[in-house]
Design a protein around this ligand. Sequence first.
Ligand code: GNR
Ligand code: NI
Length: 178
Amino acid sequence: MIRPILHYPDPRLRQAAEPVAQVDDDVRKLVDDMAETMYAAPGVGLAAPQIGEGKRIFIMDVAKEDEPSDLRVFINPEIVERHGEIAWEEGCLSFPGAREEITRAERIRVRALDRDGKTFEMVFEGLAAVAVQHENDHLDGKLMIDHLSLIRRRLLHREMSKIAASKRRETKDDVAAE
Ligand code: GNR
Ligand code: NI
């Protein structure tokens, strides 16, 4: 099932997510919804809090368009090593239309559970490393806007608040028209 993606400044995006106690069928069902939602968007990653589920789960697929899909599932992830620096122009499905250059670690090692509840460790670099750090931030209620200068942050906050206000007016008009 494709789930609605929450947009900044929705307060649910600011809550720290809870660890998953057991990787069971309910968790796998949530992962399937997340994958369907991410591919439909489309996006290269999606964290559970972006669809209002406060669980420490994210998914990622950084395969190029001419490559087969490569879905990766991270449950209770931990970034255990970070090396170097890389600047990347990032987008976020919770900030529709925004593109911002953000500097993060260039290479990371992640430890997590997969969809079978098995622990794995893996090294990522480039876009995959950027995406893992972006998604992992979501689990702590941290968003791309928090990485920006005060000026860019104010600008993006105003832009997103304006869009949210106009969406609220639209839904009010819908109700009034009923
Ligand atoms: O689709 C997405 N693209 C992207 C591009 C550069 C760096 C990070 C990302 S993640 C983003 C999807 C998203 O919002 N995940 O939380
Ligand atoms: Ni995001």
